[in-house]
Ligand binder design. Structure first.
Ligand code: MG
Length: 209
């Protein structure tokens, strides 16, 4: 089958809240299209569903599935009073962030219910009994070093041979951004289990040997 180009759905991706460059989104779409026939894809850190939209549309074209993992309580920077807090995503009744209702609307509007399966849990809890090999893992979760290391340790062992590991927000220069994603990228390369195959802006693409 020829490689699919990203075809925006009628709900424009520009309108979806999130932090993903369109070129990175199109790269995720292409990777997911290649991976989806081999097994399920797992995304760590779905937030409002912007990257999930790209992964999901590609998987749907292939009859595949995407597990979209997020506790939906926001990362450190999303909390009340922090720099990336979004009042639309705050549940005042329980005094907590909740991006799940917004995420579900995005997935429904993109007609991706049935392709995208939300997993509402933190990474370590979800991974505790996980046993399903994954054709692709996209790590875009919390950017503290502890959280990034947890995501790497929890999910990288489940990438099947020949499968894809993509990591978002790679900044080699500390002045441009936080170093936790770059740190786990270096772990992946140093492990000898993954080879570095591509870089699209801040998206690193590795392949399980
Ligand atoms: Mg990100």
């Amino acid at each position: 089958m020829s490689a699919a180009s990203y075809q925006p759905f009628e709900y424009p991706i520009e309108n979806v809240k999130g932090f993903l460059d369109p070129a990175e989104g199109e790269a995720l779409h292409k990777l997911a299209f290649e991976a989806a026939p081999r097994g399920p894809i797992l995304e760590v850190g779905s937030y409002c569903g912007k990257s999930t939209h790209y992964l999901g549309l590609a998987a749907k074209q292939q009859g595949g599935q995407v597990y979209a993992l997020d506790h939906h309580r926001g990362s450190e920077e999303h909390q009340l009073g922090e720099g990336y807090h979004d009042a639309d995503l705050y549940d005042a009744e329980v005094e907590a962030m909740d991006s799940l209702p917004y995420f579900r609307r995005v997935i429904r509007r993109a007609q991706l219910e049935g392709t995208v399966i939300p997993l509402v849990a933190d990474s370590a809890t979800m991974g505790r009994y996980w046993a399903t090999p994954l054709s692709m893992v996209f790590i875009d979760g919390g950017h503290s070093l502890e959280q990034a290391l947890t995501d790497w340790r929890t999910w990288s062992p489940h990438v099947m041979p020949g499968g894809t590991l993509a990591i978002h927000d790679i900044f080699e220069n500390p002045e441009e951004g936080g170093q936790a994603p770059f740190t786990i990228y270096k772990h992946a390369v140093a492990s000898g289990l993954f080879e570095d195959v591509d870089r699209v802006k801040t998206l690193a693409v590795l392949r399980r040997i």
